[in-house]
Write a protein that binds this ligand. Structure first.
Ligand code: NAD
Length: 562
């Protein structure tokens, strides 16, 4: 794998031949609309096809923003933004990058969740590839239809567990589309080198099965050996078609997510964001919370001193615990000691050895303890220092539970990570109010800042977007053959280090989103350094890795084309 072009911008702008005239105006990769200069209009046969006034990218962005902000609902803003992306990707990314805090909740959670639920009804143009159960035996032929050979990052889903919304079938395509726009906006992966893929294996969602506008196959899901064979055919074909590609598994149900990751992580360049990305962003939040407590003059505590109680023992919860355990082991604990510090409550109560209903991924965390029926009982018994909600069940961190956390801890760590906002285990306001302002809080979807006792609180967003774009960039730049746990641990530590003194003074445990490109570049540097050190890299090691990464990052601008 030594065919990397010298810079990302060249990839974005030269990977496909430059169309002319009307075809150019209809090609979102190259189109600039009223941003084409007089010289470009002359050169590309555009004279007369555009009104005479030429706009700079800043003026162009201002026009889009003016219209966007007039839209009455977030879903309408989403549709308008995707339309902008479909017309002019350079402008779309410029708007995203320059207005990250405002745009992220529209192109990603929570609005993208609504978009998926109504995908068939708001559908305009296809984006990416739809590979369905009917295409079995022909996946390689369908992949050959994609026009660009140089694909570096694929996000693929089968739509079975979209955010906390459950089975959205083919409508789940909104998620790979949204995640890939974050790869570009947050980490500068050139948009032409990204590809969203929907594996449509059917759906169990009755609403969609009965909806004539549902975009996917109106049939039940493939299961068992048929499902596995379909995924195997896809993985072999996609890595042959795009040999440099990093494949991110996204929003698969946990019955598949763990074993797909195990099956493919040593064969191909893959990772699962719901397991590994979530783990890293949460571990970063824990590291930053401990830093915050120390900065405030509280006790200096190690991660290994914490007792974590998870509500929800699925992909996110077990993924977080596995990475926490590896970080505790690095601090000097044994793996058994570290696992003993992570406890789980699932829909049937405390996860303990005497239960006979536990799936394999929960077994390492089934401790020798009498059964407990629910979270409230577990908080009383275990007195956790941190409570982590990854259950998809709204309002399960009740007032009584939050108050008990505050009773046992000076600075209770409360992370309500379920997405979208409607599924959050508690709101930011509840966490702060019921702890007298002492909670260190983070959520999965954003909550607005909140004033209590004259002080403004900035709820942290444990958004995977802090992690996966940077990890992906590091993997792409180094050409790492595999994505390792060590890389996610390094990503978590780097993210926690990016939290500034000013952030902490405001009670923040994640950097502001406006700095996300800087943060992603730092994470990419740490990840690529591991690939080089571990002998996993397939790209030559640059003399100045941070500078090389900066150079690689796509920066949307109207650079002169003639
Ligand atoms: P999952 O389906 O794999 O796991 C859900 C778990 O919750 C299961 O163990 C289930 O038994 C448990 N559960 C269900 N009902 C419960 C109840 N009433 N009480 C206790 N436990 C219950 O899903 P997942 O991938 O682990 O995701 C869970 C949630 O975490 C989703 O809402 C998702 O949006 C969120 N999440 C957030 C982030 C983030 O904030 N960065 C990242 C990934 C996932």
């Amino acid at each position: 794998m030594n065919t990397l072009p010298p810079s990302a911008d060249e990839t974005a702008e030269n990977s496909q031949p430059m169309p002319q005239g009307v075809a150019l105006l209809h090609n979102p990769l190259y189109n600039r609309g009223t941003g084409f200069t007089a010289a470009e209009r002359e050169a590309f046969g555009l004279r007369g096809l555009l009104p005479p006034r030429v706009l700079s990218i800043e003026e162009h962005a201002a026009r889009i923003l003016e219209n966007l902000r007039k839209k009455p609902t977030d879903l309408e803003k989403y549709v308008y933004l995707i339309d902008t992306e479909d017309r002019n990707e350079t402008l779309f990314y410029r708007i995203l990058i320059d207005n990250m805090e405002e745009m992220m909740p529209i192109v990603y959670t929570p609005t993208v969740g609504q978009a998926c639920q109504q995908y068939g009804h708001i559908f305009r143009r296809p984006r990416g590839l739809f590979l369905s159960a009917d295409d079995r035996g022909h996946i390689a032929e369908l992949l050959a239809n994609w026009p660009n050979d140089d694909i570096r990052v694929i996000v693929v889903t089968d739509g079975e567990r979209i955010l906390g919304l459950g089975d959205q079938g083919a409508n789940g395509m909104g998620i790979p589309v949204g995640k890939l726009s974050l790869y570009t906006a947050c980490a500068g992966i050139p948009p032409s080198t990204t590809l969203p893929i929907m594996l449509d294996v059917g759906t169990e969602n009755e609403t969609f099965l009965n909806d004539p506008l549902y975009i996917g196959l109106p049939q039940r899901r493939l299961r068992g050996a048929e499902y596995d064979a379909f995924i195997e055919e896809f993985m072999v074909a996609v890595t042959e078609r795009f040999p440099h590609v990093l494949v991110q598994f996204e929003d698969f149900a946990n019955i598949h997510a763990f074993h797909l990751l195990q099956r493919y992580r040593d064969r191909f360049r893959v990772f699962n964001d719901d397991i590994q990305g979530t783990a890293a962003v949460t571990l970063a939040g824990l590291f930053a919370a401990l830093r915050l407590i120390a900065v405030e003059g509280g006790p200096r505590r190690r991660l290994g001193d914490q007792r974590l109680l998870f509500l929800g023992a699925g992909e996110a919860g077990v993924g977080i615990a596995d990475l926490v355990v590896s970080a505790m082991v690095e601090e000097g604990l044994t793996a058994d000691e570290a696992r003993g510090r992570c406890w789980f409550v699932d829909s049937r109560g405390l996860v303990v050895q005497s239960r006979d209903d536990l799936q394999a991924h929960k077994l390492p965390y089934a401790h020798d303890h009498p059964p407990l029926a629910d979270l409230a009982a577990a908080v009383e018994e275990l007195r956790p220092t941190a409570l982590i909600g990854v259950s998809g069940q709204p309002r399960t961190f009740t007032r009584a539970i939050i108050e008990r956390m505050a009773h046992y801890n000076e600075r209770p760590i409360i992370f309500a990570l379920s997405n979208p906002t409607s599924k959050s285990e508690c709101t930011a306001e509840e966490a702060y109010t019921f702890t007298g302002g002492r909670a260190i809080f983070a959520s999965g979807s954003p909550f607005p800042s909140f004033k209590l006792y004259g002080k403004t609180y900035y709820p942290g967003q444990g958004n995977n977007a802090y992690i996966f774009p940077g990890v992906g960039l590091g993997v792409v730049v180094s050409g790492a053959r595999h994505v390792t746990d060590e890389m996610f641990q390094a990503a978590a530590r780097t993210l926690a280090e990016q939290v500034t003194e000013a952030d902490m003074a405001a009670g923040r445990i994640y950097p502001t989103l406006s700095r996300i490109r800087e943060v992603s570049a730092a994470i990419a540097t740490a990840v690529a350094a591991i690939a080089y050190r571990a002998g996993l890299a397939t790209q030559p090691e640059p003399a100045d890795l941070p500078a090389h990464i900066q150079d690689f990052m796509y920066k949307p601008d109207y650079r002169p084309l003639v």
